[in-house]
Design a protein around this ligand. Structure first.
Ligand code: Q0N
Length: 469
């Protein structure tokens, strides 16, 4: 009897995923049920894992297909690998792991707590473990010269490896994908902490998203409802495994002894966690898949490598620190200022006016407002601005009593060097006639420095009230 895994030529075997050659420059990307921990593959497979991760990749690719082209051709695969394999375009792969981190976790937190940097990028002081970064950061990794472990590389090293144009293209694509995915995950109750993308090129040079995408093997997810920065938060999948290994297995991963078989309850809990993650994200049940039969002949061992432990946890090289705020990503920051209309009594503003009078400040009349910072991802079209205006009216403003103004203070679509000539400080105030505040331009800095320091503290009522001058 001939199985897919014995009849097709094996292109790449990583013990967790396998790639087989198909006709017409296509590949079969197959996910086994194997799981890795502490840099090795454990002896006990997790039933359903390969199917869940394959179908999660398909679902994410469908969510991201409008961000950039993907390598997915079809899910129509031979029956013996149904549900756990994809037909993909054969690409010329770029030998770099494109890691994006939106929260401080794992090796990123470790480095930050020691040096204030993540992969050499300087971050603001005082961030806590698990904290969401103001902007996601791109921390690429590549194979170390010797040894199979991936190591963080600086953006300059990436430029040396792939050229400046390609490096910028990879960073931009990775950040755009992450920004989209993080929002989608958050809407579904999951925190996408960090992830690793791989890209390849078509013969015509087009950059294409490849590999597994946003699976628990390539990403770290937390449950949003137990998100608590400052504490150690377990990643959804691997934690149970690590807990069992460290607390109950009696096995020391450093001992050189082979890993022990996993007990049934650990296996079924892990199966369940993978299925739960899938259902939470997609709202659908995992489709059943054929159990995976071992190939008659073992895959060529020399093809195996250690790329399968894909949690972005490579050892950092924190040399030349560079400001993290220079990451270009197609995202714009707006400030929405909301004030009570002139004809609506402002009790809090009046109270502040009275307080100031009590302190000896005569002749000042304070009205209180509120300010929102809104990040808009995606290309900045008229429709997007319209959408922001609508959202503002729907969510931020009671138009019966409040008035608002929207200012664009940062646009991250372009390279930082030549982004000053357009968009900055454009004014998108609405057209409600009588109650226009004539606020004028906000004195925000350049886009590189548009961060919280441009905003008054939340309780800084006097400065907010004073801006209508
Ligand atoms: C491929 N890997 C995983 C890059 C390779 N669509 C594709 N076309 C050609 N090759 C591959 C794919 C996919 N997916 C993917 N190997 C080959 C291993 N990575 C490790 C990092 O460098």
């Amino acid at each position: 009897m001939s199985s897919t895994r014995t009849t097709l030529p094996l292109v790449h075997s990583g013990k967790i995923r396998e790639l087989y050659a198909l006709p017409d420059d296509q590949l079969l990307l197959l996910a086994t049920d194997n799981v890795s921990a502490y840099d090795r593959v454990l002896p006990t497979p997790i039933p359903g894992k390969g199917a869940v991760l394959t179908q999660l990749t398909t679902w994410w690719l469908s969510q991201l297909g409008d961000v950039m082209p993907t390598h997915l051709v079809s899910s129509d695969v031979p029956a013996d690998v149904a549900g756990r394999a994809l037909v993909v375009e054969k690409l010329d792969m770029i030998p770099v792991e494109c890691v994006v981190r939106g929260y401080l976790a794992g090796s990123g937190w470790k480095e930050y707590s020691e040096s204030g940097t993540v992969a050499g990028l300087a971050l603001p002081e005082g961030l806590r473990r698990g904290e969401r970064l103001e902007r996601p950061i791109f921390t690429p990794a590549a194979k170390a010269p010797q040894g199979s472990h991936d190591e963080n590389i600086t953006f300059a090293q990436l430029v040396d490896l792939v050229g400046e144009q390609a490096a910028l293209e990879l960073r931009r694509a990775s950040l755009r994908l992450y920004v989209r995915a993080e929002r989608v995950a958050r809407e579904r109750g999951l925190v996408l902490v960090d992830t690793k993308f791989e890209f390849g090129r078509r013969a015509d040079g087009t950059l294409v998203l490849a590999d597994e995408v946003l699976t628990p093997d390539s990403s770290r997810y937390w449950a949003a409802d137990s998100y608590a920065p400052g504490t150690e938060m377990p990643s959804l999948d691997k934690q149970q495994l690590r807990d069992w290994i460290t607390n109950d297995s009696g096995w020391n991963p450093d001992s050189g002894q082979p890993a022990p078989d996993l007990p049934d309850e650990v296996v079924s809990k892990l199966s369940q966690t993978y299925a739960d993650t899938y259902e939470r994200l997609t709202g659908a049940q995992v489709l059943p898949s054929a159990p995976l039969e071992a190939p008659d002949e073992a895959p060529a061992e020399e093809l195996a490598d250690a790329t399968e432990e894909t949690q972005p946890d490579a050892v950092p090289a924190p040399e030349d620190a560079q400001p993290a705020t220079e990451e270009p990503v197609e995202q714009s920051t707006f400030i929405v200022d909301v004030m009570l209309r002139e004809d609506i009594p402002d009790a809090q503003g009046a109270a502040i006016t009275e307080t100031l009078k009590g302190l000896g400040y005569e002749g000042l009349s304070v009205r209180q407002g509120k300010r929102f910072e809104v990040d808009v991802d995606g290309e900045l079209t008229e429709e997007r601005i319209d959408q922001l205006r609508k959202a503002t009216e729907e969510l931020l403003v009671n138009i019966e009593v409040e008035d608002y103004e929207i200012s664009l203070v940062g646009n991250y679509d372009e390279e930082p060097e030549h982004d000053h000539d357009h968009h900055d400080h454009d004014h998108f105030g609405h057209d409600h006639e009588q109650h226009d505040h004539e606020h004028g331009d906000h004195e925000h800095g350049d886009q590189e420095s548009v961060t919280a320091e441009d905003l008054p503290p939340a309780d800084d009522t006097a400065s907010t009230g004073g801006q209508g001058e």
